[in-house]
Design a protein around this ligand. Structure first.
Ligand code: BGC
Length: 253
């Protein structure tokens, strides 16, 4: 059995677990800490180092994958929507590798979730285009075409009526405005309708913590495209980051 640690950094919390890469199941408890106030790089890195040190199972050979809520190109974070602007243009992968003293695999959080759903979950063996959406502090999206990731889709920032739609339709926005399920579903309806019109996907997969309450809002949506909750619930980021980390110890710096 091969295993790896997956770490999912979000706008609100950072969570990690040891993952069985053959099945995607968690081999350890989920360890979780709040994302440090302000989401500054040094504080987030420190929190991740603290989390990793809690794993007794970790040895030099255990791959570590980290996913993060920003566009990630060549190990650099190129955007920052729900974390400090100091991440923009930062060599983030190197920063984590230096602090952890090991090689890691570093990827956008929604992309990690999409990869996990394609490998182990609701998008497994689905041909054509699957759009993974994570409804959390922001809205993350991943495009999976015939099982392959097209990285860094930032469709959570789709503008509708001149508004960056994640600011009004994420789960964070629902909580901030105390929206009823029906009110929230109205905003999601406009969002998924737009994605459907532009991209004609075969399937939408809906992740994020709120996906465990999918029965309260998914049936309210009227779409031509099938829309299902993430099979891996809110663990898909952890699982995808871990899955992609295989081999990352080889190019450790
Ligand atoms: C970020 C994405 C991220 C998503 C979910 C958005 O605000 O721009 O990169 O995937 O939030 O965390």
């Amino acid at each position: 059995m091969t295993s790896a640690i997956g770490i999912d950094i979000g706008g609100t919390g950072i969570k990690a677990a040891l993952v069985d890469l053959d099945t995607g199941s968690l081999l350890s408890d989920r360890h979780k800490v709040p994302t440090p106030e302000g989401g500054e790089p040094d504080d987030v890195v420190k929190a991740v180092v603290g989390l990793v040190s809690e794993f007794e199972e970790l040895d030099e050979e255990t791959p570590v994958g980290v996913c993060f809520p920003a566009v990630v190109r060549g190990g650099r974070t190129m955007s920052a929507a729900n974390v400090s602007d100091a991440w923009i243009g930062l060599e983030a992968e190197q920063l984590f590798e230096k602090a952890l003293g090991r090689g890691i695999h570093f990827i956008n959080d929604a992309d990690a979730a999409g990869v996990a759903e394609a490998r182990y979950g609701a998008a497994k063996d689905v041909p054509g285009l699957v759009i993974m959406t994570t409804l959390g502090t922001g809205i993350g999206t991943a495009l999976i075409n015939d099982g392959r990731l097209v990285p860094n889709a930032e469709l959570g920032h789709l503008e509708i009526d001149g508004v960056d739609w994640e600011t009004v339709a994420s789960n964070g926005a629902r909580e901030r405005a105390s929206l009823s399920w029906t009110e929230w579903a109205g905003r999601l309806q406009r969002y998924y309708e737009r994605l459907e019109a532009y991209l004609s996907p075969e399937l939408f997969v809906v992740g994020g913590g709120v996906s465990k309450q999918h029965e309260d809002f998914l049936p309210l949506l009227e779409l031509d495209t099938r829309i299902v909750p993430a099979a891996l619930r809110n663990n898909s980021g952890i699982m995808g980051a871990a899955a992609l980390a295989e081999g990352s110890t080889l190019h450790s710096s």
